[in-house]
Ligand binder design. Sequence first.
Ligand SMILES: [Zn+2]
Length: 59
Amino acid sequence: MNCLQATKLISDAQERELNFNEKIGVKTHVMLCPHCRKFQAQCAKMHDLMKQFAGNKPE
Ligand SMILES: [Zn+2]
């Protein structure tokens, strides 16, 4: 897996459940690649913010 595939799957993971092979691929790549590890952390943070935002709708 290269960085392009990894980042694609990392952003996909915010919207759908990755299959077993995809999860393993991402996990392995992220362990070896600081760039994608950072991207994944940012994605998770962004996803949390979005969830908070969606949960705090104005009345
Ligand atoms: Zn990478």
